[in-house]
Design a protein around this ligand. Structure first.
Ligand code: WTA
Length: 693
């Protein structure tokens, strides 16, 4: 069980640490040569470079940016007027150029850029799976795209977008499965300067509506369906539902581009819909890169905050490009021409996929693996099968996945040759030491350094992380700040906290990959990130530092919960619940969960006509509400536990006492909570109220 799931204290700045972990792992013997020659070979070298990056950010970052291509040079490296940062001011570049064309220009057009593997495995069962393959083909479908292939496909699709009237600055919504065309679509947008807004394929049609409206996006790129665990996710149906809802409004969607992937039945709107293949057939295959100002928007990515409405995080061109390039290079030690194959298992719908499947990896000229489907399809060894067949050298996944692997059993990885692996990474939530040790021993054979990377949608790339051949690691700690990152632990007044004392994690100086705003909501941008601690970026996480200077992340301090490494605002789930006719009021908190790290616990009060008559009716209503939340947000937001109650515990000022709910939810981990009687709960709530009154 993860002991990180809940910070010990969440409503004040003094956070008690619950972790005691002393095992220190030095970078494994010989790792530097195994990773193609480490860029940073020792802790001393890290400290020296770090010092330079903080004392001379202009020098440090212009050297990094100089490794990439610019159409016009910048006049100043950074301009910082809190809360606004500008990087490489006046410079002009194109991120797609640096991901693709630059590699071709240096003579590497035939190198592999993307290794893609589809989910279906012929002969492995799963309805319809084998239909994807011609007779006689065995094994999953694999496509390898060279930089030349990628340029060809990207140019065609970029022209297709232009032919539909998409211009520089127009937001293109992308709602696709993990197919190579997703990378093509993203890069095509970057090429013509149309910011993309990628929506994770697991989100529902209401989530599409909210995001399309907020971004004022007129074009959606989607697929007929997406493969997931042998079944088809009806992406086009979800898009149709969203478009139909918006039809006739100022936010009506003009064009839907549909990639044929699963051949599932879809309905067709002759005015709105166009097939991807027909569009690109008619498009020219040469499309020049738009010269983008360094501070032009590259993309919008929606993420949860503490209110019900997702925030459109704005990232711009030059700074994000340099930051993801450099963090990828150093943290994974990417070196071209060394037979490296990098695999990040995230979905491109999350920031991890944006930064570490596409934007940070391609400019480093190491092939990036994209896998379409589920980790346990058709068997729980699918990931290890992929690692073995594609000889993956750097592998980047989430603690929640590692916990699932542990549960499925070590025979699955043990059945495969994982000796190609050199560096392992984790992201998304604190990793519990048990999972860290399992990763280290079972997957890494004690030879692979683990880089536990702390960062956020808002930070664009890695902020606190080990470097594989330099940083001693401690299970559960993300260790030391990346170059240029001035991270501190402070109290509410901005005073730095002593060693081993919990506080708020903040960043004092701007960094190139930082968000530039929340789309259309300047005030929320200021309030969320730059108001709680004067003069600093406030990350929303509680953390502490140990005597070695290592950072330990203790979890969110706001009303955001981190479910399977994915952020959800408790308010979003609450809004979804109360939008159901049976629910009058709802409070949602995190609770410890064996696999997900944090699960979702919902406390609901019901309307008078909706009180369940008996246990089986209550159970029915629970499953109705779970489905309702899936409809409103997506399956990831389904509560793991729903409790009905006469009243929610509140303070006198009417604030829901979340801390009390959290302790109730976490005291009851096995799912037995559903039998708890309403009376018990109300009594508990009343007791607490009395005490505090
Ligand atoms: C959490 C994902 C501990 C943290 C890249 C952060 C982590 C939130 C780690 C951002 C880590 C991410 N250790 N906690 N290595 N990485 N987090 O925006 O709470 O989806 O604020 O970005 O995930 O989640 P997001």
């Amino acid at each position: 069980m993860s002991n990180h799931a809940e910070p010990a204290v969440t409503e004040s700045a003094s956070i008690e640490s619950v972790l005691h972990e002393n095992r220190v792992f030095q970078p494994p013997e010989g790792v530097s040569s195994r990773i193609g020659g480490a860029y940073v070979k020792s802790l001393d070298q890290y400290h020296a470079l770090y010092k330079r990056s903080i004392e001379d950010p202009d020098g440090f970052w212009s050297e990094a940016a100089g490794e990439l291509h610019w159409f016009a040079p910048w006049s100043s490296v950074v301009e910082w007027k809190l809360p606004d940062a500008k990087w490489f001011v006046g410079g002009q570049t194109n991120v797609c150029y640096n991901c693709v064309d630059r590699q071709i220009a240096s003579g590497h057009g035939d190198d592999v850029a993307i290794v893609w593997e589809g989910e279906p495995v012929p002969g492995a069962g799963g309805a319809g799976a084998a239909l994807q393959y011609e007779a006689g083909i065995s094994g999953p479908e694999v496509r390898k795209l060279t930089y030349n292939d990628l340029k060809h496909d990207v140019c065609k699709f970029a022209n297709a977008l232009k032919n539909l009237g998409v211009r520089k600055g127009d937001v293109v919504t992308i709602y696709m499965g993990m197919v190579p065309e997703l990378a093509v679509a993203v890069l095509a947008c970057a090429r013509i300067g149309a910011p993309h807004s990628v929506i994770f394929g697991g989100f529902s049609s209401s989530a599409i509506v909210d995001r399309v409206v907020d971004a004022d996006s007129k074009v959606i790129v989607t697929c007929d369906g997406a493969w997931r665990r042998g079944a088809i996710v009806p992406l086009k149906d979800n898009v149709d539902a969203a478009c139909n809802e918006l039809q006739g409004s100022a936010n009506a969607v003009r064009n839907v581009i549909v990639l044929k992937r699963c051949n599932n039945n879809i309905s067709w709107n002759d005015v709105r819909d166009t097939w991807w293949h027909e569009l690109v057939d008619n498009a020219a295959d040469d499309c020049p890169c738009e010269h983008m100002d360094s501070e032009d928007m590259l993309f919008l990515l929606y993420t949860s905050g503490s209110t019900g409405k997702p925030k459109g995080i704005v990232h711009t061109t030059g700074g994000y490009m340099v930051f993801t390039y450099l963090t990828s290079k150093y943290v994974f030690n990417l070196v071209p021409d060394q037979q490296q194959v990098f695999w990040c298992t995230a979905d491109v719908g999350w920031v991890t996929g944006h930064s570490y499947i596409i934007y940070g990896i391609l400019p480093n000229r190491v092939p990036t693996v994209m896998y379409e489907g589920a980790p346990n399809y058709p068997q729980p060894d699918r990931f290890w099968d992929i690692v073995e067949r594609h000889k993956v050298t750097q592998f980047y996944t989430a603690p929640t996945a590692i916990r699932a692997f542990m549960k499925w059993g070590r025979e699955h990885p043990d059945n495969h040759d994982l000796s190609s692996l050199k560096v392992l990474g984790t992201v998304g939530e604190p990793i519990n030491p048990e999972a860290w040790m399992w990763y280290h021993e079972v997957i890494g054979s004690e030879k692979c350094p683990i880089v536990d990377t702390w960062w956020q949608t808002e930070t664009g790339g890695h902020m606190i992380t080990p470097l594989p051949a330099a940083t001693p690691t401690v299970p559960g700690s993300c260790t030391l700040p990346f170059f240029g990152i001035d991270a501190v632990i402070v109290d509410d007044n901005g005073n730095e906290q002593p060693v081993e004392t919990g506080g708020l994690l903040a960043i004092r100086k701007p960094w190139p990959g930082m968000l530039r705003g929340i789309h259309g909501d300047r005030q929320r941008f200021i309030d969320t990130y730059f108001s709680r601690i004067k003069g600093m970026y406030f990350a929303g996480d509680g953390a502490k530092r140990d005597a070695r200077g290592n950072f330990w992340i203790m979890g969110r301090v706001d009303d955001v919960i981190n479910v399977s490494g994915h952020r959800l605002g408790t308010m979003e789930v609450e809004s979804a619940l109360v939008s159901h006719e049976a629910v009058v009021e709802a409070a949602v908190v995190g609770m410890p969960h064996e696999i997900k790290g944090t699960g979702i616990a919902a406390f609901c009060t019901l309307g008078p006509n909706h009180q369940p008559a008996d246990k089986s009716n209550a159970e029915k209503l629970r499953s109705t509400l779970r489905e309702h939340v899936a409809q409103e947000i997506g399956a990831i937001a389904k509560p793991d536990m729903i409790r009905f109650t006469d009243a929610l515990p509140k303070t006198r000022s009417g604030k829901i006492m979340r801390r009390l709910l959290r302790s109730i939810a976490s005291g009851d981990e096995q799912g037995t909570q559903d039998t708890t009687t309403l009376e018990d709960f109300t009594v508990l709530a009343k007791l607490r109220e009395d005490k505090e009154g």
